[in-house]
Design a protein around this ligand. Structure first.
Ligand code: FE2
Ligand code: FE2
Length: 355
């Protein structure tokens, strides 16, 4: 009888329950005999390599999969030199299993870049795709539908809302933030999720942006300045910010760390992180959501906080205007410097709307 084999590639950096849920769903729904987890040596579409070394990932996957006899590990990508192209992996499985039905397994977030993969047509000539949607995430896959018609098996099981980034983030935050800042970050994440739900924004994105927002908040000013110069970061009013309010650099350094240490490529998330303290003349709903979640986290005790929290859940735009007003009032009271961008944000969003 024809065997049915699943091939599940990825960095597995680290392997987590989302991967296992996808594999378990595929095994059941596609009636597979075996699934091979194939950790990538380096992914061609990710500019930075995995955080964990290949040998460590391989070891961890072997241990994690031990209780599941139908899950196997293949080191073919790790053994192969150069970037890990899936078409080569599929061809090597085809040689090994000439008469089996092959299924390449992935999440819908991976599928959306499928046409950027090297020799993707060759992949489709050798195998079919088993694709699971990620809970709470609907990718726009319209451009792929025609070409992949008849080649995709959509799995009914959803991948739980968890990503390698989120899994690595929490231990990192625990280690690098003070206990107070860590508690603040979790509070921001919780309120950001609540706001996202209230305003029908992507809850995962809001949570991720919130967890990332103060990554560099504990750095001292010298470290922030050094990082900004070394990596030539773009910062609004750079001279003023660096000379007069270097602590505000933490938003921009945080976004850059998110990109380079946690491989976050989602521009909406990175934008929200960059804009969380100063705001900007262009604020997307997610930018406003994080700006407000940071201002109104449970550890913020200023007078109108409770009232603003209620407003934020009802009307994000009005709450943002009130949030900018509240920050400015606070700065005025403290005789603090007014950052040129915060003045422009005030003029753009608040001054002409003041009754
Ligand atoms: Fe911050
Ligand atoms: Fe914060």
């Amino acid at each position: 009888m024809e065997r049915r084999i699943g091939i599940f590639g990825g960095s597995f950096d680290p392997l987590h329950r989302g991967h296992l849920a996808l594999a378990a769903g595929a095994l059941r729904e596609l009636d597979l005999d075996q699934i091979y987890f194939v950790p990538a040596r380096s992914s061609p579409l990710k500019p930075h390599g995995p955080v964990l070394a290949a040998s460590q990932r391989l070891k961890e996957i072997r241990i994690a999969l031990k209780p599941f006899p139908r899950f196997k590990v293949s080191d073919c990508e790790i053994e192969r030199q150069g970037p890990s192209y899936s078409f080569q992996t599929v061809l090597s499985f085809r040689r090994k299993f000439p008469s089996s039905a092959l299924f390449l397994l992935m999440g819908s977030d991976t599928l959306k870049d499928f046409k950027k993969w090297k020799n993707w047509r060759e992949i489709l000539s050798q195998c079919q795709l088993g694709v699971a949607r990620r809970a709470g995430n609907e990718e726009n896959l319209r451009n792929l539908r025609k070409e992949l018609k008849g080649k995709i098996h959509w799995l009914k099981s959803r991948i739980p809302s968890v990503s390698s980034t989120e899994i690595r983030l929490e231990p990192y935050l625990r280690k690098h933030l003070t206990r107070e800042r860590f508690a603040h970050t979790l509070g921001v994440a919780k309120f950001a999720e609540k706001l996202a739900r209230a305003h029908r924004l992507d809850v995962r994105r809001a949570k991720l942006a919130a967890l990332l927002h103060d990554l560099a908040r504990e750095w001292d000013e010298k470290e922030l300045l050094r990082y900004v110069q070394k990596h030539s970061l773009k910062v609004p009013e750079k001279k003023f910010t660096c000379e007069r309010q270097p602590i505000l650099l933490h938003s921009f350094v945080g976004a850059d760390l998110a990109r380079n240490i946690f491989f976050v490529q989602d521009r909406k998330v990175l934008s929200a992180v960059e804009k969380h303290s100063l705001g900007s003349l262009k604020m997307s709903p997610l930018d406003k959501c994080l700006y407000l979640a940071d201002l109104l986290a449970p550890d913020r005790k200023f007078e109108e906080a409770a009232q603003l929290r209620r407003l934020a859940l009802q009307n994000l735009d009005r709450a943002f205007v009130e949030g900018v007003r509240s920050k400015r009032n606070y700065a005025l009271k403290k005789h603090a410097l007014a950052h040129p961008l915060s003045v422009r944000v005030w003029n753009r969003f608040v001054s002409d709307k003041t009754p």
